[in-house]
Design a protein around this ligand. Sequence first.
Ligand SMILES: [Zn+2]
Length: 94
Amino acid sequence: MSDPSLEDRWLDVFNTAHSDPAVVGTLACPSCGEHALRLVYVVHVQEPHKAMFMFWCDSCLNGLMPNTVVVPPGGIRIEPGEEDDVPDYTLVQD
Ligand SMILES: [Zn+2]
């Protein structure tokens, strides 16, 4: 068995954060180990339950490729346009 790839570890941390957004601040960044992960959901008015997530680390500025998901209870919602406040992070890909 080989170790999980970096992208797999990011996906794993994302799944934890996505299922309970309250724990995001307690999770260590898979890339740098800092507790600086951020998870927001860009929600369009026409589709209030679906959103594009943005998940990144404020410390090393790595993150996952955004994708469309259902917004979990407690997820931080932002409006289209507000994602301009999200730093330009590097996508973790294998
Ligand atoms: Zn990091």
